[in-house]
Ligand binder design. Structure first.
Ligand code: UN1
Length: 493
């Protein structure tokens, strides 16, 4: 199957006939061919999006929302089909794929509701017979650049608020997961979204992504991906005076205090560290544990990790699927040597699964390190795979300090039964998302999603906060006094 860009309501071949293969990470099977489009394709799509936006902005927001209700309904109807495609192309286990599609459905209905809110403010004017209010205005054409690890959910976090607010978009999905984007194109089409509102151009970050960031008619770039690429996007976006919203890496920790329910903590760590084979921005890659329970927690984790079933995510009994590609395998594996050289102790895993039936896919054994010092590279750098480091601490204060002592600030978690510690932790953990007695993953779509420090640049996906990325505030003053009234001058009593 050769995929085609979706531009102005039609599937259009890229202007250059260069393609790359989309491979199933579970078994290496070729699933599709994705075009490597060019700057010219971006330009054509932006022209269509720009023309469509003028009309789209005039459609009343509750009407725009009706399309989202329909998109949500279609996603729900096709949930199983979408989940199957997602597992095949990305590798996450089918139960999680269903969860991810559900995240998209939730976002559709939630943002559709915003069509009847999009609240601004009315406020008294300082002058008599004058009215003041603020409204959210659409910005224009927005550019969305999304990663392969959540190929549908993250795209919905960005595209749905964008369109309900009256923008049109150009979306560049990751080349590893274009089939999900193609499924979404079909849904946009079936929902009869007006031509040019949703546009998808496939291709590389260096060609298509760069063309988007440099394009004068794209006003906003919303990007989720690596810190390295995010920095380039921010630099180019800054030069071009674009609003740039970035969602990047994480080095998320679960803190386990001596008074924690250990059984619960073990479950939370396993789920958030090895779910999606550790390939979530929110995945737990550090466990910060109080010295009194370290041994016990460690032993329980070792036992449980050994029971995790690894394999093709389409098999319902599998808990850990493959990682995305061979490059990821190499990166993950390189950290095993780095950790051991720095003096960490490898407890479980640390190997590529090279024997049948794993030899056809990209499988990495769930891995646990202990005696990790907080400043070791395995405790500081994002590995993006099923690798966890145990760090021992003496008390609560040290646990918070270790948690915060990384360049990232996405998600954190603490297991404790002490209510005073709970409130101190939720105040002092320097991350955009904090969990109490739950692992580091599992964000819900109606709350802001994003992080502090090197994780982002102050914006948020999801929740009402997403609307701030895709709207401009407009302040409106209506003077009905019939005379000149000068603010700050004619308002003395
Ligand atoms: C991501 O890893 O980039 O909270 C997104 C979670 C999911 C979203 C993760 N709802 O883990």
């Amino acid at each position: 199957m050769k995929l085609a860009n979706y531009v102005n309501g039609k599937w259009q071949e890229s202007s250059v006939a260069e393609y790359t293969a989309v491979l199933n990470p579970a078994n290496g099977e070729e699933l599709a061919q994705v075009p490597l489009s060019t700057e010219r394709d971006v330009d054509i799509a932006v022209k269509a999006a720009k023309a469509a936006q003028k009309k789209w902005a005039k459609v009343p927001a509750p009407k725009r929302a009706d399309y989202l209700f329909e998109i949500g309904r279609l996603m729900k109807q096709k949930k199983e089909q979408l989940a199957q495609v997602l597992t095949k192309e990305m590798g996450k286990v089918i139960e999680e794929a269903r969860g991810e599609v559900q995240e998209g459905i939730d976002m559709a209905y939630y943002m559709a509701g915003e069509g009847r809110r999009l609240f601004g403010e009315t406020t008294p004017s300082e002058l008599a017979d004058k009215f003041a209010m603020s409204v959210r205005s659409p910005i224009g054409v927005v550019g969305l650049i999304t990663p392969w690890n959540f190929p549908v959910a993250i795209a919905t976090w960005k595209s749905f608020p964008a369109i309900v607010a009256g923008n049109t978009f150009l979306w560049k999905p990751a080349t590893e997961t274009p089939m999900m984007a193609n499924e979404m194109a079909q849904i946009f089409h079936e929902a009869k979204l007006p031509d040019g509102v949703a546009n998808i151009v496939f291709g590389s970050g260096s060609e298509v992504g760069t063309a988007m960031v440099e394009h004068r008619d794209i006003s906003v770039i919303s990007f989720t991906g690596s810190t390295e690429t995010g920095r380039k996007v921010a630099e180019a976006g800054g030069r071009n005076l674009k609003k740039v919203s970035l969602e990047m890496g994480g080095k998320n920790a679960v803190i386990v205090m001596e008074d924690a329910n250990l059984e619960l903590a073990v479950e939370g760590i396993l789920w958030s560290a090895f779910g999606t084979a550790g390939q979530r921005c929110t995945a737990c890659s550090r466990v910060i544990v109080h010295k009194d329970v370290k041994e016990e927690l460690q032993n329980r984790l070792i036992d449980k990790i050994k029971t995790l079933t690894i394999g093709d995510g389409l098999d319902e009994s599998v808990k850990v699927g493959p990682v995305i590609n061979q490059k990821a395998i190499e990166k993950i594996h390189s950290y095993i040597g780095i950790g051991q050289e720095e003096g960490a102790t490898l407890l479980v895993g640390g190997n590529i699964l090279t024997y049948a039936p794993y030899n056809k896919g990209n499988y990495y054994a769930p891995t646990l390190f202990t005696d990790v010092a907080p400043d070791m590279r395995i405790a500081q750098e994002e590995i993006f795979g099923p690798v966890v480091s145990i760090i021992e601490v003496a008390d609560f204060e040290e646990a918070i300090e270790v948690n915060n002592n990384v360049i990232y600030g996405l998600s954190s978690s603490i297991y404790t039964t002490d209510v005073n510690r709970v409130f101190k932790a939720q105040r002092d953990l320097d991350t955009g998302i904090v969990y109490i007695n739950a692992g580091t993953t599992g964000a819900e779509i109606h709350l802001p999603f994003g992080g502090t420090k090197g994780t982002g640049n102050g914006h948020r996906d999801s929740g009402v906060a997403a609307l701030d990325v895709f709207t401009e505030w407009k302040s409106i003053y209506v003077d009905y006094s019939g005379k000149l009234q000068r603010a700050q001058i004619d308002n003395e009593i």
